[in-house]
Design a protein around this ligand. Structure first.
Ligand SMILES: NC(=O)c1ccc[n+]([C@@H]2O[C@H](COP(=O)([O-])OP(=O)(O)OC[C@H]3O[C@@H](n4cnc5c(N)ncnc54)[C@H](O)[C@@H]3O)[C@@H](O)[C@H]2O)c1
Length: 420
């Protein structure tokens, strides 16, 4: 496609719609199906008023957007963030629909949140807010309707409160949420799942190019949950992690960073800065570091029209959501850089969430090994399906993944029919 057809600045939401529309074209879907896929199944907006610890009242707005349920119950995170608003929640819910379909798990997409700053709220205020929000939406969520999970600003404790509040209305129901504490039915392996999925996705990509993790060099931006787990697992497989960054700074060691020692340093100091087994690196230069595989695992939009030209990696594995904007996507494609897109590369988390739900429904917890073995199978299968879609439509991995996801949802929608 010509560059002049790509708008120069696009946020994550606009980019999702942009790729969706391209997928619709590649698949040859008619405009009625396109419209039906785009319009959310249900949008919910609720008032959540709570007494604060000092006795005053505070009101917040909670959202839940249920985008599509043609392939199964809807699934998606709940975020607590000051900028949560309906349009963004809508786009994120849509993205969850395509992501679940790419992973081939029997879920549709949803997303929700409360417009609040969780750092300004005490634990008791957060608990009250979560319970009020659950009271307002309990009749439209559930194990066979819509299953929330943690996202930005929420965690396993938030899920435990939702589980408890929901269970007051419906009886004990651990399958109403995923990402909950293991003691309440959470899955072993869930914490590492997104990073482990990044490892399996990278292995599948490299295998396709007759390469393996051992012998390749890696640069990882972001050393939080996803980045640190991906780094640890890649390091254990013999990959050489040359450079890593987080919000405290960046570090580099051409002989490879000892990730076990770095994890210990981060645990003690709170960041990668000052790690003795590596040299400091200008954080702005990290993305341009010479390596085979670049793994952005922090923020959206970091690989853009400005930074893309300096990227020297042969492969980019998008562990973060939307790290590459569409302008950069084009620049990199022209240079032959292969990108594994976020809707595939970071779907390990939602896949193990699905395994958690299965274990809850069965009332039968799995060993961690079973979780990891099944995750590997799902990631490998999804890679092969994306590759075959790329061959059918002669397109990039990103458009292969979007077309695969959108195509599966369109097929389910058409099979279910529209009879009223
Ligand atoms: N956690 C999951 O299961 C999951 C699933 C799918 C997608 N994701 C995506 O992966 C990304 C990371 O999520 P996470 O759960 O690891 O978050 P996290 O908060 O645990 O970690 C984020 C990391 O990014 C670092 N960071 C922040 N600003 C930075 C900057 N300017 N430069 C370099 N590093 C910076 C932080 O220091 C931290 O190490 C996000 O885009 C998230 O949406 C996460």
């Amino acid at each position: 496609m010509a560059t002049n057809l790509v708008p120069q600045v696009m946020n994550a939401l606009e980019a999702t719609n942009f790729y969706f529309k391209r997928a619709v074209k590649l698949l040859g879907l008619d405009s009625k199906v396109e419209r039906s896929l785009l319009i959310p199944f249900r949008e919910i907006k609720v008032e959540c008023t709570i007494p604060k610890d000092d006795g005053t009242l505070a009101s917040y707005i909670g959202f839940r957007v249920q985008h599509d349920n043609s392939r199964g119950q809807m699934k998606g995170g709940i975020r607590y963030h000051p900028e949560v608003e309906l349009n963004e929640v809508n786009a994120l819910a849509q993205l969850m629909t395509w992501k679940s379909a790419v992973a081939n798990i029997p879920y549709g997409g949803a997303k929700g949140g409360i417009g609040c700053n969780p750092r300004d709220l005490s634990p008791t205020e957060l608990e009250r807010l979560t319970r009020v929000f659950t009271q307002k939406i309990h009749d439209v969520i559930g194990p066979h309707l819509d299953i929330p999970a943690p996202d930005m600003g929420t965690n396993a404790q938030t899920m435990a409160w939702i589980l408890d509040e929901y269970s007051k209305f419906h009886g004990y129901t651990p399958a109403v949420v995923t990402g909950k504490p293991v003691d309440l039915g959470g899955s072993l392996g869930r914490e590492a799942a997104t990073g482990r999925g990044v490892l399996y996705a990278t292995e599948a990509l490299l295998k396709d190019h007759n390469l393996s993790i051992r012998g390749q060099t890696f640069v990882v931006q972001g050393f939080g949950n996803v980045g640190s787990w991906a780094s640890k697992l890649i390091h254990e497989k013999g990959g050489k992690i040359k450079a890593v960054s987080d919000v405290t700074g960046a570090i580099k060691n051409n002989s490879g960073i000892d990730i076990t020692a770095l994890n210990e340093h981060v645990r003690m100091t709170g960041g990668v800065k000052g790690f003795e087994g590596a040299n400091p690196l200008d954080a702005a230069a990290l993305l341009a570091e010479d390596c085979d595989v670049l793994i952005p695992a922090a923020l959206g939009g970091v690989i853009n029209g400005e930074t893309a030209k300096d990227v020297s990696a042969k492969f980019i594995v998008e562990a973060a959501n939307h790290p590459t904007d569409p302008v950069a996507d084009e620049i990199l494609a022209k240079r032959g850089v292969i990108i594994l897109p976020d809707i595939y590369a970071n779907c390990g988390g939602v896949t193990v969430s699905y395994f958690e739900w299965v274990q809850n429904i069965q009332g039968f917890p799995w060993e961690e090994e079973k979780v990891n073995t099944n995750l590997k199978k799902y990631m490998e299968k999804a890679y092969l399906s994306i590759k075959s879609t790329c061959q059918t439509h002669n397109c990039s991995h990103r458009m292969g993944a979007f077309s695969l996801g959108v195509g599966r949802v369109a097929k389910a929608t058409l099979l279910r029919g529209w009879e009223a």
